[in-house]
Design a protein around this ligand. Structure first.
Ligand code: GDP
Ligand code: MN
Length: 380
């Protein structure tokens, strides 16, 4: 789950990290009002679930409340990497002497949280990672001991030469680690971590990704979810209890079981196609899930063919068949459907489908090949 910058900043502030806080506006008038209350120059910042807002024109300084209104007017409704800006954060503007990057990610290869810090922070950090990887210091954390004070100091020395700033940064790193662990995050970063001309160290941008599997025991974090900023298909899928990930291909996949879903995507690729999604309808027998799955998949205009791959164990294939028949009556499906099912109640399922004018296949390779060909317009 992604959260907005203003929410991430609240997580940082709760740990005591110095963060210039602001307020969120949804209209230019509110933005002006907030700027007036804050007094002085402000920065108007698009709140969308993506980075690179600065480069896209989604972060603008304003010297007066009127200017804050104008900048908010320009940013609200703006499209940033396919996301529409619905909210802006109005925060006190800071004078910046230096910009550093500090971030911690859950790293699969290291099987541990890994720190990445760089004195060369700011909007070009991705560029630095490519062209100048030596400017980034990495450090894994052994979770048996936690993040130790000497490690925090070591990283801080990579950011600043001034001892006071090193101390301030070491403290911020430890606070950020606590925020990362407590939020169940897979990523927590501050970019930039700035110094001001008087030498103060502060966080002026923050990003957290929350591990979805940590949410069930963190209602306060789950409450930060902003569905209006999420992919509508993924919201529908979550509400319907389906595991769905949208991809860029054209073969829509409806599969039961995560392992079979992965294998299905592999096979689609193997036969020269591109899956449009990962979708696991789960192990239970519930025709409604099929209806929801088809609604989600047909909502994606890239989809040129739909492939069902059902292995009936606990799942009864006749339930899936009923789901397909019900769903195709409810939804006007314009693309061809290929159905492969095998296992529990297979004979009943095949009959249900045949009565409704569908053909069911049992061979997975054949079904995938056919779906790929149909998506390419190469088969009938
Ligand atoms: P991002 O582009 O989405 O990462 O958004 P950031 O909040 O990191 O802002 C991008 C850049 O805008 C920062 O790296 C700063 O250089 C600049 N910026 C952001 N806030 C302020 C501010 O309060 N004062 C000044 N002078 N620059 C700012
Ligand atoms: Mn940033």
């Amino acid at each position: 789950m992604n959260i907005h910058e203003y929410q991430a900043k609240e997580l940082l502030a709760a740990q005591g990290i110095p963060v210039p806080m602001g307020e969120v506006a949804t209209t230019p008038e509110q933005a002006e009002q907030i700027a007036r209350t804050l007094g002085g120059a402000v920065v108007v910042k698009a709140q969308v679930h993506t980075g690179g807002r600065g480069k896209a024109g989604g972060v603008k300084l304003a010297n007066t409340p009127e200017e804050a209104r104008e900048k908010a007017q320009a940013i609200l409704g703006m499209d940033i990497k396919g996301l529409t800006v619905e909210k802006v954060l109005i925060a006190p503007a800071e004078d910046i002497a230096s910009e550093a990057y500090v971030g911690i990610i859950m790293d699969r290869a290291s099987k541990a949280p890994v720190w990445m810090v760089s004195a060369a922070g700011g909007i070009d950090i991705e560029e630095v990672a490519h062209t100048d990887p030596d400017k980034i210091t990495k450090l894994p954390v052994d979770t048996r001991y936690g993040f130790l004070p000497h490690q925090a100091y070591f990283l801080a020395t990579k950011l600043y030469s001034d001892v006071k700033q090193q101390r301030a940064a070491a403290k911020i790193l430890q606070q950020l680690y606590t925020a990362f662990v407590e939020a169940g995050a897979s990523l927590a970063e501050i970019n930039p971590l700035i110094t001001t001309p008087d030498g103060t160290v502060k966080a002026i941008d923050a990003k957290f990704n929350i591990d979805d599997n940590e949410l069930f025991r963190r209602p306060a974090i789950e409450a930060l979810r902003d569905e209006s900023s999420e992919d509508p298909a993924e919201v529908t899928a979550r509400e319907a209890n389906l595991t769905f990930i949208k991809l860029d291909g054209d073969v829509g996949c409806v599969v039961n079981g995560a392992g079979l879903a992965m294998a299905t995507m592999d096979l689609v690729k193997y036969y020269g196609g591109e899956p449009a999604n990962f979708l696991d309808i789960g192990g239970s027998s519930n025709p409604e899930k099929v209806v929801n799955a088809l609604k989600i998949i047909t909502g994606d205009e890239n989809v040129k063919a739909i492939l069902f791959n059902i292995f009936g164990g606990i799942t009864r294939t006749d339930d899936v068949a009923n789901g397909i028949v019900t769903a195709t009556k409810m939804i006007d499906i314009k693309v061809p459907i290929v159905i492969r099912l095998t296992g529990t109640n297979e004979e009943i399922a095949v009959k249900i489908l045949a009565d409704a004018g569908f053909t069911a296949m049992t061979d997975m390779d054949e079904a995938v090949k056919k779906a790929v060909a149909l998506a390419k317009g190469e088969a009938q």
